[in-house]
Design a protein around this ligand. Structure first.
Ligand code: AMP
Ligand code: MG
Length: 419
């Protein structure tokens, strides 16, 4: 038996980061930048108003208050987006909207609520003058040119996993097309004579192919593009053809046919088509695992991960081995999940010193996390996986985990956007 770490290291050592693609900005969310991005200009491009109000000279409103307003002459109005060829001169004001560029001569914006504008309207007074009722210091309510990003600054680093704010930052630079590491195309092949497609009545003795769907959903969740390769029966010719089709992908994932007792067609085909190792990994569920490199006719090497057929085993081995492989292909720096520490509420027996990934639901009480198992833990019981939002990791060396013991939990439903 090999450890989880040993298996993962071997897999990751054979995985290469994929090439880049140029795509419209929004399509790049969740992908990794392949270039440093520098700003061609200042953002914002000029000093502009943070409030709706009056742009004035601070020196003209010293000592202003509601009791003692400083009355200035209003010489114009600027809305956001328009440019006005007007200056604020001594004892004049320009009415200004949020986002509008600050006119020359002004050094402060007084918001409407610090003026007598409403009183003047109510009293039907002329709007050619305004009373300023607060003594604001120079620079107040002005957003400075370049205060967000300055010209020439490196805004985003090569290798950054793009989050929604990054998409916004790139848009603010006018970048409509971005170069990112492309998403892997992940071939998904189910194997087994007993496995039937889900879009027809279930023939006697068969079970529906749930694995291809749960695995494809995981591929999507983690940023890959799933490609269904159907179900291959335990037949050398058909399986060989399906595996070869899978080599058009960036990685091939199969489910089933890798356990010790399996009818050895899958193993035979995999061994004939590639350089495959069959492992027993010290984990539960998911002990049997195959990993290999397949050489395509064009010489390119495609990694293959053979997951066990039991529905929970295939999902958990995906989480532990396939997800980090996909992350690595996508150029992500952090290949691990968000793990938390939670107090285990149930007792768990570890009979053969494997690492157990227990399906748990996490609750939070008084700022502390608690984990309880979601039902029977058989590797075919997918419903207890669907009730779980985490996998509690019970170490190999623990024989009996007592309730109340803190455990590490790999969260399944936490969105990881930061590297
Ligand atoms: P295997 O690893 O091929 O021995 O498969 C173990 C068990 O997993 C089988 O007996 C099936 O019950 C189940 N199984 C295998 N493939 C699938 C699949 N694609 N969808 C759902 N269950 C499967
Ligand atoms: Mg099978």
């Amino acid at each position: 038996m090999i450890s989880v770490e040993e298996a993962l290291t071997k897999i990751l050592n054979s995985i290469q980061i994929l090439g880049s693609e140029e795509k419209p900005l929004l399509d790049c969310l969740g992908q990794v930048l392949t270039e440093d991005v520098y700003s061609p200009f200042d953002v914002p491009p000029r000093d502009n108003s943070a409030m709706d109000g009056y742009a004035v000279k601070a020196s003209n409103i010293k000592g202003a208050s509601h009791k003692n307003p400083k009355v200035l002459k209003v010489v114009g109005e600027i809305a956001a987006g328009s440019v006005l060829d007007l200056k604020v001169e001594h004892r004049t004001a320009i009415r200004i909207m949020t986002g509008a560029f600050i006119p020359d001569g002004a050094d402060v914006v007084v918001p409407f609520e610090d003026t007598d504008e409403i009183d003047r309207k109510e009293a039907a007074l002329s709007n050619t003058e305004i009373g300023i009722c607060a003594s604001l210091a120079e620079g107040r309510n002005i957003r400075r040119r370049g205060e967000d990003i300055s010209k020439g600054e490196r805004v985003l680093k090569k290798g950054k996993l793009l989050c929604p704010a990054d998409i916004g930052v790139l848009a603010s630079l006018g970048k409509s097309v971005v170069s990112v590491v492309r998403r892997p195309l992940v071939g998904i092949l189910a194997t087994g004579n007993e496995v039937a497609e889900i879009d027809r009545p279930l023939p006697p003795g068969k079970i529906y192919n749930s694995n291809s769907y749960s695995l494809a959903a995981q591929v999507l969740q983690y940023g890959g593009i799933p490609k269904f390769l159907g179900v291959a029966p335990d037949d050398v010719e058909k399986l060989t053809a399906a595996v070869r089709e899978g080599l058009e992908c960036d990685i091939l994932i199969t489910s089933g046919g890798v356990s010790v007792g399996d009818y050895d067609v899958v193993k035979q085909v995999l061994a004939a088509e590639g350089n495959v190792s069959f492992w027993t990994v010290r984990m539960k569920p998911g002990k049997p695992l195959a990993f290999g490199m397949f050489k395509r006719s064009d010489g390119k090497e495609i990694p293959h991960l053979g997951l066990p057929g039991n529905p929970v085993s295939s999902m958990i081995t995906f989480e532990v081995f396939a997800r980090p492989a996909i992350f690595k292909m996508m150029g992500r720096n952090n290949l691990s999940k968000s793990n938390i520490t939670a107090v285990m509420e149930d007792s768990i027996a570890n009979t053969d010193q494997r690492r157990i990934f227990t399906r748990v639901a996490i609750t939070r009480k008084n700022g502390k996390y608690f984990a309880h198992t979601t039902g029977p833990q058989g590797s075919g019981i997918l419903s207890s996986m669907s009730k779980a939002n985490g996998l509690a990791i019970i170490p190999e060396n623990i024989r009996q985990l007592k309730p109340g013991t803190p455990v590490e939990v790999m969260m399944l439903d936490w969105e990881e956007v930061h590297d």
